[in-house]
Design a binder for this molecule. Structure first.
Ligand SMILES: Nc1nc2c(ncn2[C@@H]2O[C@H](COP(=O)(O)OP(=O)(O)OP(=O)(O)O)[C@@H](O)[C@H]2O)c(=O)[nH]1
Ligand SMILES: [Mg+2]
Length: 346
């Protein structure tokens, strides 16, 4: 087995390079986004890296399945009656398997395959490439992304809410660094996570390094005055305590803190979240009227179905994705093409 990394400006570029050297039989073991140097973060140039492998002794013409994930090994067949067809072709099964290998829920995978089939005449249902092309269009239309933040004289106030340990504080540090140190915006931080001294100190360390102010709010009514004190800031980022979606008391307490205040709420979710939990989390946080999603820890998984499932279920777009622990580099503005390629493996 020969294994090598290939890089390109886009994921398809990197895959083309891999195929040029390794041939069509090569398989993808891993894909990731890489960046060079420090302080590139949101505004830097990113590259895509593909870890490709080929068996030099493979019989020519015997195609291997292109895979981004070891999950693709698991056979996942869909019943004809679920799709409402009499006799599904292997091409149709392949579409379904592609989606279920990315950990999309059965219900959404079936819905997507059905939509694709509605757009293709029945006699072409065994045309794998045609079905895949339609699948790409469908996936792309389901991955809603937000427009990049703009500062046109109106102050932007964003609170980061979500389950415990998903990366809320780290994401705020990444955004503060990018928008303050690189985009030169006036950034103020507020934290409502004042139950734990360590949590305040954690954010304070970042605030000090970046030389941005941090206000810790200790009462539910304290947020309004903290916001007033930041009247001259372009961007205010509000950290919150992690809320288990089972803890309704904490959730309504958080909701009360935002009462009547003009604050956008970004729900932060880890890409490692299981499909069922994802829906329960979104259901619970919907009470707080979510404006956008941030999907974190994409570096910790090989299954990217959450990029389709989360915006589809929550009915709000993805604003940012994060792919590592490094502040400020490991964050990206969500781009439709990039996320579609991640889900479909190139
Ligand atoms: N691999 C990886 N780790 C991340 C990413 N974002 C954050 N982390 C790590 O996840 C852990 C938790 O991050 P925090 O930012 O403290 O998460 P939080 O949501 O603020 O946690 P609570 O305040 O306890 O609810 C830390 O070890 C981070 O370094 C990411 O994109 N990828
Ligand atoms: Mg935190």
């Amino acid at each position: 087995m020969r294994i090598k990394k290939f890089r390109g400006e886009t994921l398809p570029d990197a895959v083309t390079k891999m195929k040029a050297e390794f041939g069509d039989d090569a398989i993808i073991l891993q894909t990731k986004i890489v960046k060079k140097g420090r302080f590139l973060g949101l505004f830097g140039k990113k590259q895509y890296e593909v870890l490709g492998a080929v068996d030099p002794n493979a019989q020519p013409g015997r195609k291997q399945v292109l895979t981004t994930s070891s999950h693709n090994q698991k056979p996942a067949a869909v019943q004809d009656q679920d799709l409402g067809v009499a006799d599904s072709s292997s091409a149709i099964q392949l579409l379904y398997q592609l989606l279920s290998s990315q950990d999309l829920s059965h219900a959404l995978a079936v819905r997507i395959v059905k939509t694709v089939l509605q757009q293709v005449p029945k006699q072409d249902w065994n045309e794998t490439e045609l079905l895949k092309k339609k699948l790409r269009t469908e996936i792309s239309s389901l991955i809603q992304v937000d427009t990049p933040w703009e500062f046109t004289g109106v102050q932007k106030v964003v609170a980061f809410i979500g389950p415990t340990g998903v990366g809320k504080t780290t994401t705020i540090a990444k955004l503060a660094a990018n928008y303050h140190l690189i985009a030169r915006k006036k950034v103020g931080l507020i934290t409502l996570d004042t139950y734990r001294i360590a949590a305040v100190e954690h954010l304070k360390k970042y605030a000090d390094i970046m030389n941005v102010p941090l206000t810790a709010v200790y009462s539910s009514s304290g947020l309004a005055s903290a916001l007033n004190a930041y009247a001259d800031m372009d961007l205010i980022l509000i950290d919150t305590y992690g809320c288990s979606h089972h803890n309704r008391e904490r959730m309504s307490e958080l909701n009360m803190a935002f009462n009547d205040l003009s604050v956008e709420k970004y729900l932060v979710i880890s890409a490692t979240t299981k499909s069922n939990d994802l829906m329960a989390i979104i259901d619970a946080f919907k009470e707080l009227e979510i404006d956008n999603l941030i999907i974190t820890k994409l570096d910790e998984t090989q299954s990217f179905g959450i990029l389709v499932e989360a915006p589809d279920y929550a009915r709000v777009p993805i604003a940012f994705i994060t792919n590592g622990q490094s502040v400020p580099d490991d964050i990206e503005i969500a781009e439709n093409d990039q996320l579609t390629s991640m889900v479909l493996g190139g």
